[in-house]
Write a protein that binds this ligand. Structure first.
Ligand code: FAD
Ligand code: SF4
Ligand code: SF4
Length: 459
């Protein structure tokens, strides 16, 4: 019976080798592996996996198509609900979404939905180069601010509906966090992200890079030229702890560290982007950003440690990334929190003074809060500290645009369909939710595209 067959895992680079290079960790499925894994799916009538996917991809249907060797059709099925299968198949937190609800998961053998989606997305057979010819253009134009997953999805959906779409991106390369945050060894930029963006250009979407909306051009001005505006500007402003020593040389935000490496290619031998790498790096935080930063530090030759104030169970990063980091030799210091970053006489980091933590009572969300253990101070020696403590939306757009209601953490306030308080301006993704996930940003871009269409058509 299908459920008795063990789950097929994709082959991976050897941990000792990959800890020294930036090549992708997982090789993904071969066609034979994909078809065999697809054959394990029970094609459940109640479809719990579909309900648990934020964009409700028709999972049993696409898996059946893979099983029967109809990869192009599988691509068609996924593309009804998701623009970026090669991306989501790689970075979605599947264990708490689709795979987390798979009936085979009860015995720890959930169908490997993520790797199947990646296989379909990566397959040339799933390409649809002629899509533009199916679009019936209308005379309306929409401006999109930001080229992350929210902006890209909103742009693609509107372009398919016939709108003339222009994306304005502050950086010199499109893709948002997919290009500046998530490292090459998890998400290859040229092979995956640029290929997905090329599909968007093929749909007729125009992308203008190096345009900072709020500086180079205002929302007021965009609204004079376009029928509607979507703001998908993300949450790229790093948070710090506000402790002594954060201004020392050798203290970086994960955002800057990862941007230098990923977007500016600082890890390449011929790169002229400067990057500081210590011999001992402490990364403070426990989310995906922290895991990416610590694994990058390791690859750049540093001893690398995660410091997190809660326990292993509470680590918010994807399980697969934590597992990979451990395999690569990253050290984990759980239940510890910095209280001061220590400097030497030249103003460089020489260590971190920390306290031990224990988990107290659960709060309203059910999460146990970390509490300082009295008299537990200790020091950790290091020459680089990377802060990965979450991010907030950059306030630039809200400050330069009247009539936008902003929430407590700088997020834009929108109604269920993504409409902001300013008529004709919609928003979604991390700019609205605060730092979240790729698939949620894509879902928000899609919701807003539908609302923008209704707004322009006046229905
Ligand atoms: P972004 O991807 O942030 O894109 C916003 C874009 O807007 C950027 O390109 C920015 O330059 C541009 N912009 C900002 N302001 C302006 C302006 N004024 N004018 C013009 N352009 C502007 N999620 C997962 O699901 N799985 C993961 O494994 C995962 N790992 C992550 C690792 C890292 C290091 C980071 C930082 C995030 C990770 N996330 C992960 C979260 C995920 O990437 C984000 O939730 C998602 O990218 C949000 O999409 P977005 O489109 O809202 O914003
Ligand atoms: Fe699973 Fe993400 Fe794909 Fe949905 S988009 S099926 S959650 S991998
Ligand atoms: Fe297949 Fe699992 Fe979804 Fe059932 S829950 S249809 S076995 S992927």
């Amino acid at each position: 019976m299908a459920s008795k067959i063990p789950r097929i895992e994709a082959r991976e680079q050897d941990p000792r080798q990959r800890a020294m290079n930036f090549d992708e960790v997982s090789f993904g499925f071969t066609e034979a592996e994909a078809r065999a894994e697809a054959g394990r799916c029970l094609q459940c009538k109640n479809r719990p996996c579909v309900a648990a996917c934020p964009v409700h991809i028709q999972i049993p249907e696409f898996i059946l198509a893979v099983r029967d060797g109809r990869v192009g059709e599988a691509g068609e099925i996924i593309s009804r609900d998701s623009l970026l299968p090669s991306v989501c198949g790689r970075v979605c937190p599947q264990e708490v979404q689709c795979e987390g609800s798979c009936v085979l998961g009860i015995k720890g053998r959930s169908v490997n939905i993520g790797k199947l989606e990646r296989f379909v997305g990566d397959s040339e057979l799933a390409e649809k180069p002629l899509e533009r010819s199916r679009v019936v253009p209308n005379s309306h134009k929409v401006a999109i601010v930001g080229s992350g997953p929210a902006g890209l999805t909103c742009a693609a959906d509107l372009a398919r509906m016939g709108y003339g779409v222009t994306i304005f991106e502050a950086l010199h390369r499109a893709g948002g966090v997919l290009v500046y945050g998530i490292p090459e060894f998890r998400l290859p930029k040229t092979a995956v992200v640029e290929r997905e963006i090329a599909k968007l250009r093929a749909l007729g979407v125009h992308i203008e890079t190096d345009v900072v909306v709020g500086r180079t051009i205002t929302i007021d001005r965009l609204q004079q030229e376009y029928d509607a505006v979507f703001v998908g500007s993300g949450a790229g402003l790093p948070n710090f702890m506000g402790i002594a020593g954060e201004n020392l040389n050798g203290v970086l935000s994960a955002n800057e560290f990862l941007t230098r490496v990923n977007l500016m290619g600082a890890y390449k031998k011929d790169s002229d982007t400067p990057i500081y790498v210590g011999s001992k790096t402490v990364v403070v935080g426990g989310g995906n950003v922290a895991m990416d930063a610590v694994r990058v530090a390791k690859r750049l030759g540093s001893e690398a440690t995660i410091m997190y104030r809660r326990g292993e169970e509470e680590l918010p990063a994807r399980k697969e990334e934590v597992h990979h980091a451990r395999e690569e030799g990253v050290e984990f210091r759980m239940l510890a929190n910095p209280v001061e970053i220590l400097g030497d006489e030249r103003g460089w980091v020489r260590g971190v003074r920390c306290v031990r933590m224990e988990l107290g009572e659960a709060d309203a969300s059910g999460r146990r809060s970390p509490v300082v253990v009295e008299g537990s101070e200790f020091e950790v020696e290091c020459d680089c500290v990377v802060m990965a403590l979450g991010t907030s939306p950059n306030p630039l757009i809200a400050r330069t645009t009247s009539g936008l209601v902003v929430g407590r953490r700088g997020t834009l306030v929108v109604s269920d369909d993504g409409a902001t308080s300013r008529p004709g301006v919609f928003a979604g993704g991390d700019a609205v939710s605060g730092a979240a996930t790729v698939i949620l940003a894509m879902g928000a871009g899609r919701t807003a595209a539908r609302a923008i269409d209704k707004y322009i058509r006046g229905v």
